[in-house]
Design a protein around this ligand. Structure first.
Ligand SMILES: [Zn+2]
Length: 119
């Protein structure tokens, strides 16, 4: 993973990563043409098209982990993060499951503490 301006990281597989302040984690957009996304090349105020939809499950807590180990059945919560990244701003659509649903915020700088994670 290499730096691309202060906000983006470039990863293998034609992926550009940005930091999502709604999910508090990185999202990757594959911009090598294989998935239909485009990146306008502006590392300071990037635009990705079309929208980025990330579905996942919430990480289970230590408490829930303990309950699963004790034989309880726990279904992790489903999460949805649906965003438009345009001109360095993230627009969160209303179907997001986090607190920033329906809001538009500046794309944050990539946090230093997480730089070692992944790749
Ligand atoms: Zn997100």
């Amino acid at each position: 993973m290499s730096a691309l301006g202060t906000k983006l990281r470039k990863a293998e597989g034609g992926r550009i990563m940005f930091w999502c302040p709604g999910c508090n984690c990185a999202h990757a957009v594959i911009v090598d043409g294989s998935r239909g996304w485009t990146f306008d090349g502006n590392e300071h105020a990037p635009t990705f098209a079309p929208s980025v939809l990330v579905c996942g499950t919430e990480q289970i807590t230590n408490d829930e982990h303990a309950r699963i180990m004790a034989g309880e059945k726990i279904t992790p919560k489903q999460t949805v993060c649906h965003t438009f990244v345009r001109s360095g701003r993230i627009q969160f659509l209303n179907d997001c499951t986090h607190d920033l649903a329906g809001q538009t915020v500046d794309l944050p700088d990539w946090p230093n503490v997480k730089d070692e994670a992944g790749s």
